[in-house]
Design a protein around this ligand. Structure first.
Ligand code: GDP
Length: 295
């Protein structure tokens, strides 16, 4: 579906044959191609422009050795640069507190509840933690059922209070239950909200203020492309989240949203979702995502 970026570069670099270094003239056309490829990969325009300007500066005057083509050289510069832009290395969760509180936020359908289950499963199986999940969606009883099913599948307790209409109280009850049970991580799955829904945004701000989470993870569907970054901006302005989670990367999206989110809101991507199963979760690796974006 996507034209491979190397093919595009090869096309753009035809004019370069026989030249010993990357010059201003031949690099301009190539940067245009790269910018187009990044836009195809859902990187937003501003980020793509800043990136290509930067790569251009780095590439200019570089000597092209006989063993490496200008295309290969530029690809390497871009890979390194993209990796750095996405944080360089993996951003770990802060799990240093005796009882770590993690708040999950995002739009309806982004994959919050699924991620909540996956994260608990990861913490339990990989890091030997004892998580407890809190079903904090008071609007959709089905969301509570969904979390309870997932909790059952992975063997992690779920706190719910179907009688209550107070998300702050439910979250605090869940934390109290975790303390009583000897759990060391609480993951609070909140209701999905539209970024423009003021009442819902105030509600999650109140849950944040009351629970003082160590991590606030913003979950976003990678398939939403350019919208993902706008949503991230609104949620970050309100919640000052500590990391983003890109879901549905098993689809055919290139994942350019990862780069846009990191550069626009300056928060790390911490995990990626790669399927509906509880095991389909990966820690975010900037270098792997760089290769995926470049294709
Ligand atoms: P929520 O409304 O934000 O809690 O979203 P859900 O967790 O209910 O997920 C919405 C839909 O997306 C469900 O059908 C999930 O199975 C699906 N989903 C979630 N994460 C992924 C993922 O990483 N890959 C795929 N393919 N589907 C996902």
């Amino acid at each position: 579906m996507f034209e491979n970026l190397s093919d595009k570069l090869d096309r753009a670099f035809k004019v370069l044959k026989g030249q010993g270094s990357i010059s201003e003239i031949n690099v301009a056309e190539t940067m245009k191609e790269i910018r187009k490829a990044l836009l195809d990969a859902d990187v937003n325009y501003k980020t793509a422009k800043a990136f290509t300007d930067d790569v251009k500066q780095k590439a200019l005057g570089e000597n092209v050795l006989t063993t490496i083509s200008p295309g290969q050289l530029l690809t390497k510069i871009m890979n390194d640069e993209l990796t750095q832009l996405m944080g360089g290395s993996t951003a770990e969760l802060d799990l240093s507190a005796p009882l770590t509180i993690i708040l999950i936020a995002g739009l309806n359908g982004a994959g919050k509840t699924t991620f909540t289950g996956k994260l608990a499963n990861y913490l339990k199986t990989q890091l030997k933690k004892k998580p407890l999940l809190v079903a904090d969606d008071i609007y959709r009883p089905a969301a509570i059922d969904q979390l309870e099913v997932l909790g059952g599948q992975i063997g992690v307790p779920v706190y719910a209070n179907r009688e209550s209409k107070d998300p702050v109280a439910i979250a605090l009850e869940g934390i109290a239950q975790a303390k009583a049970n000897g759990n060391n991580v609480v993951i609070i799955d909140t209701a999905g909200r539209l970024a423009i829904d003021e009442a819902m945004m105030q509600e999650i701000e109140r849950v944040k203020a009351a629970t003082k989470p160590h991590e606030i993870l913003f979950v976003v569907d990678a398939m939403t492309g350019q919208d993902a970054v706008n949503t991230a901006k609104v949620f970050n302005d309100r919640l000052d989240f500590t990391g983003a989670v890109l879901t549905k990367l098993d689809g055919d999206t290139r994942g350019g949203a990862a780069l846009s989110i990191k550069s626009v809101v300056e928060k790390p991507i911490k995990f990626i979702g790669t399927g509906e199963k509880m095991e389909a979760l990966d820690v975010f690796h900037p270098d792997r995502m760089a290769s995926r974006i470049l294709g």
